[in-house]
Design a protein around this ligand. Structure first.
Ligand SMILES: C[S@@+](CC[C@H](N)C(=O)[O-])C[C@H]1O[C@@H](n2cnc3c(N)ncnc32)[C@H](O)[C@@H]1O
Length: 224
């Protein structure tokens, strides 16, 4: 059971500026997917197309750069932070990307409501909130039940790719995956050069870099 009363994020509610409201009004109907709506994924995404899910995309830098570099791949992003969603929607429009769709809401809720018939080739979780204090560990997004559940939507040989700059979270993630059968750890050591070479960064990646923190790049492959 996933405990949905425990929140993995801190809600930051500020009044949206007019420009953000305009972005939402203009682009949400085109690129947004509604949690309450039962989505017929087959009408949205062909079974043949490579599909990548990113959970907690923040301002969406990674989503946008991957989607620009891979126009034949489809991307779905989930985020709870509305200013981040607005920023991302604006970029989707500016770069004329028709391969991204966005969900607004808590990823824990989507599992049951929306993702029954959909299979991802890759699930990216970049710099999930680390919740480094012991009393907050239960708020971490990556928990055994969550990963077990969402893995059902990952194709065989599909990957989880997780980045974190928290050593404590890194160890926690390894423990979680070790407790779940069917995954092979294929993590590589990656340095800052890798991320730049691949034209890939996120806001939290930059923050970690400024603080000269080590970034743990974790790959788990679904074997069965
Ligand atoms: C530390 S930020 C990282 C953002 C971005 N991936 C980056 O690297 O810059 C974590 C993000 O995850 C989002 N988040 C946390 N829990 C979530 C959940 N259950 N569902 C959707 N998004 C979530 C937060 O709103 C926040 O934007």
């Amino acid at each position: 059971m996933i405990n949905k009363s425990i929140k993995t994020f801190r809600l930051r509610s500020r009044k949206l500026t007019q420009s953000k409201l305009d972005i939402l009004n203009l682009y949400w109907p085109i690129f947004g997917l509604d949690i309450k709506q039962k989505i017929n994924f087959e009408s949205y995404f062909s079974k043949k197309s490579f599909l990548i899910l990113e959970i907690g995309f923040g301002y969406g830098e990674s989503l946008i750069s991957f989607a620009r570099q891979n126009r034949n791949i489809r991307f779905i992003g989930i985020e709870i932070y509305i200013p981040g969603i607005c920023f991302c929607l604006n970029k989707i429009h500016l770069f004329n990307l028709n391969n991204i769709n966005i969900f607004y809401g808590d990823a824990l809720n989507f599992l049951e409501n929306n993702f029954k018939d959909i299979f991802f080739n890759r699930i990216n979780i970049f710099f999930p909130d680390p919740w480094n204090k012991r009393k907050h560990f239960k708020r971490r997004l990556i928990q055994k039940n969550f990963i077990k559940k969402i893995s059902k939507n990952l194709v065989l040989n599909g990957f989880f790719h997780i980045l974190t700059d928290s050593y404590s979270y890194f160890k926690h993630i390894l423990i979680v995956f070790n407790e779940i059968n069917g995954f092979k750890n294929q993590s590589k050591k990656m340095n800052v050069y890798f991320f730049h070479k691949n034209k890939f960064y996120t806001r939290f990646f930059d923050k970690a870099k400024v603080k000269k923190k080590y970034i743990y790049s974790i790959f788990f492959k679904k074997k069965f």
